[in-house]
Design a protein around this ligand. Structure first.
Ligand SMILES: Cc1cc2nc3c(=O)[nH]c(=O)nc-3n(C[C@H](O)[C@H](O)[C@H](O)COP(=O)(O)OP(=O)(O)OC[C@H]3O[C@@H](n4cnc5c(N)ncnc54)[C@H](O)[C@@H]3O)c2cc1C
Length: 385
């Protein structure tokens, strides 16, 4: 009998410890930091010291030696407690995974211990203004410069550059045949001359901010290149499936928080002599949200398990991200409706989840691009773009 839907005592204990940490900070802390221009460094440091941020990284480099099942659970629980740490999607999940798998011994020693204990945060930069969802069009170019590299280009929507000690930048190698993309991954320290970052004003209530990055002939040593230049696409996808699973976990945390707020409110608020939750017009949509969250959670766990066991995770990771994002968008919308006017107040912290719940429909791969993937790969329909 191979199927087992019981998480087991170890994962239950991990959930409980992370939930307890998240509860000590809570949504109030998260929103206060966001609205005052502050950061979540204190929570990040505590989560790192407790081993939560590096739970997926190799033990020999200070990590927990576990996998994405555990890391995604950490993010989900922090989100459900009101503190969805977006940089967990990027730093340990994308950058940590890629460097652990493809980094040289020197690169692993240099970067992984900091990523594991949270003392170093690494951002990830693939998106460009002119390429958008079509990453094949990225124009950031890496040219050979003696033993090293010169990197030139522009990136947009890059999260957490202000928190980061380095950025894992996806560029294209200049010496490839014209018209073909040879992606390559470079670790660029944020203080490297030629690298500048400008914050983008956003409507998302989050202490983790987005930036435009300019790379103007950034000079890098030979060992800034991670992995083999001829295997860039495979190396990239080693990080992109975990990214999708982590965004699903981020969305699940937001959805659970919204549902929790909505049901608490619906149990107590009375306007016709009974709690408003007694009206099916409110109870049924909330029950439907609960069903959607549970389904998305199952798919997220399956996708994380496929990544950890070396299976083909592409379809499951995309499906999990899609399902969790839809569940989050619908649940936050219903939570606002359930709260009536209070749903739009700052006091109840529900409207604050609105833009956040939409992030997962857009990034890192949009709802439409996921549906195109499923249509083409799972349904074998013609490629549509
Ligand atoms: C909060 C936030 C944080 C982010 N953090 C990072 C980060 O840290 N690093 C990073 O590299 N990127 C990051 N991103 C970028 C994110 O991955 C992109 O926004 C996303 O890939 C979509 O690209 P785009 O915004 O250029 O939209 P576009 O590609 O311009 O798409 C616009 C719309 O057109 C639709 N569309 C495009 N092509 C098709 C098609 N063929 N068929 C149907 N519909 C289509 C899309 O689905 C979307 O609805 C972040 C974005 C956000 C919002």
């Amino acid at each position: 009998m191979a199927l087992d839907f019981d998480e087991g005592n170890d994962l239950r204990a991990l959930r409980a410890s992370v939930a307890a940490l998240g509860a000590r900070y809570g949504q109030e802390y998260y929103l206060r930091q966001a609205r005052s221009g502050g950061r979540t460094d204190a929570l990040w440091a505590e989560a790192g010291a407790a081993g939560f941020l590096g739970v997926n990284l190799p033990e020999e480099h200070g990590g927990g030696g576990h996998g994405l099942v555990e890391l995604s659970l950490v993010l989900e629980e922090l989100g459900a407690a009101g503190c969805p740490l977006l940089m967990m999607v990027v730093s340990p999940a994308i950058c940590g995974t890629v460097i652990a798998r493809y980094g040289s011994p020197g690169q692993r020693e240099r970067w992984l211990p900091g990523l594991a204990d949270g003392s170093l945060t690494m951002a990830f930069a693939i998106t460009e203004p002119d390429a958008g969802s079509n990453s094949h069009r990225i124009g950031t170019v890496a040219r050979r410069d003696g033993d090293g590299w010169l990197l030139t280009g522009r990136k947009v929507w890059i999260s957490g550059v202000d928190q980061a000690g380095a950025v894992l930048v996806v560029g294209r190698l200049a010496d490839g045949p014209p018209g073909t993309l040879r992606p390559a991954l470079f670790v660029v320290p944020t203080e490297a001359p030629g690298l500048t970052a400008h914050p983008i004003p956003m409507e998302i209530v989050s202490p983790e901010r987005q930036f435009t990055l300019f790379l103007d002939d950034v000079r890098l040593p030979a060992d800034a290149l991670v992995g083999h230049p001829d295997q860039g696409i495979a190396q990239l996808f080693t990080g992109l499936n975990p990214e999708r699973v982590m965004v699903a976990a981020y969305a699940l945390g937001v959805a659970r928080l919204a549902l929790d707020k909505a049901t608490s409110y619906a149990r107590e608020r009375q306007v016709w002599g009974t709690p408003i939750g007694a009206h099916q017009g409110l109870a049924h949509p909330l029950a439907a949200c609960r069903v959607e969250i549970e389904l998305a959670r199952l798919m997220t766990q399956k996708a994380a398990w496929l990544v950890d066991t070396g299976g083909d995770a592409g379809s499951a990771a995309n499906s999990a991200k899609y399902a969790a994002a839809e569940a989050a968008a619908r649940t936050v919308d219903q939570a606002i409706q359930t709260h009536g006017g209070n749903g739009l107040s700052q006091e109840y912290g529900v409207a604050a989840l609105l833009a956040m719940s939409r992030v997962s429909r857009i990034a890192p791969v949009s709802r439409e691009m996921i549906l195109s993937f499923v249509a083409q790969h799972d349904l074998r329909l013609p490629r549509s773009y």
